[in-house]
Ligand binder design. Structure first.
Ligand SMILES: [Zn+2]
Ligand SMILES: [Zn+2]
Length: 294
């Protein structure tokens, strides 16, 4: 039986390291923009989005053929009194959104060519107004990313929110999982990132890859993911404990080693791979095994 597998990694190019969420002295971070970008550049990053609170910080000093700082913001979606409310990450934007509901701000972000992210969904800060509830995660439309690793949040709870929204939506309306530093200070630096598969080092190529899920989230391990011959596979740079999970959260395969391969049966809905080693975790995006209207 041939089952169509939607492989987000079936694109040319190499994986490069990207930080989607960090702060500078332009909001509440400890490092000046140039200082923080120098740290990321030295740590091997190819792209960094500075996402100061309700403010676009620009610093192009270190940009070159292999490194680009890109504009973003983290906007507080205030309901009653500023600065209370959940945080909306916005990438490839040149100004913050000052008002509106979460959905209105997401819509505006998309209309202006940006990509939106639900930050630290289970964060209980801002007097408990900072949470993106499972209901909000399910109801909102048009956002691209959900953070499953953020030092201010709970990865188990956030991954559960991601799985719930994936169950509801197919490949035509994906939500991709991201790991981020949300760096404000040294001990949050270079702890969580995404590895994006791109054929050329340009903002356009990066945007395309981020929008289409050609990346994985990591807090240490490196790997590659793909599908072919009726199977979903992963290869890792180090030995780790890997699991292949389906749409219902059932574990379809486990492996301790540097590879995992799972032959698709057709009833999985989607498959995703996650792994853990003493160095950290690694998470693939979903491979849907259903027909896509695309
Ligand atoms: Zn935040
Ligand atoms: Zn932040």
């Amino acid at each position: 039986v041939s089952v169509p597998i939607h492989d987000p990694y079936a694109v040319p190019g190499e994986y490069c390291k990207v930080q989607l969420h960090c702060h500078t002295t332009e909001s509440d971070g400890r490092f000046r923009p140039r200082e923080l970008l120098r740290m990321y550049k030295d740590a091997g990053y190819s792209f960094v989005f500075i996402t100061d609170h309700n403010h676009v910080t620009r610093c192009d000093d270190l940009n070159d053929d292999s490194f680009l700082a890109l504009p973003g913001t983290e906007d507080t979606v205030s309901y009653l009194l500023q600065p209370l409310g959940p945080h909306l990450g916005r990438l490839f934007v040149d100004h913050p959104t000052r008002r509106g509901t979460a959905q209105e701000r997401i819509n505006r972000t998309v209309e202006e060519g940006g990509l939106a992210s639900l930050c630290h969904p289970s964060w209980t800060g801002n007097l408990w107004t900072g949470t993106w509830s499972p209901q909000a995660v399910a109801a909102l439309r048009g956002y691209t990313f959900l953070e499953i690793v953020n030092p201010h949040s709970d990865t188990a709870k956030d991954t559960a929110r991601w799985e719930a929204v994936l169950r509801e939506r197919g490949p035509e309306w994906p939500v991709w999982a991201v790991a981020v530093d949300d760096c404000h200070r040294k001990d949050q630096f270079n702890r969580a990132w995404v590895m994006v598969r791109i054929a050329e080092h340009s903002p356009q190529a990066l945007r395309e890859a981020l929008a289409s899920g050609a990346f994985y989230a990591s807090t240490g391990p490196e790997g590659r993911f793909g599908a072919g011959g009726g199977a979903v596979w992963a290869e890792f740079r180090e030995t780790l404990e890997a699991r292949v999970l389906d749409r219902e959260g059932r574990v379809r395969a486990t492996e301790r080693g540097t590879t995992v391969r799972y032959s698709v049966q057709g009833d999985e809905g989607y498959l995703r791979v996650e792994g853990a080693s003493p160095r950290g975790g690694i998470w693939s995006q979903p491979f849907w095994v259903v027909e896509s209207p695309r």
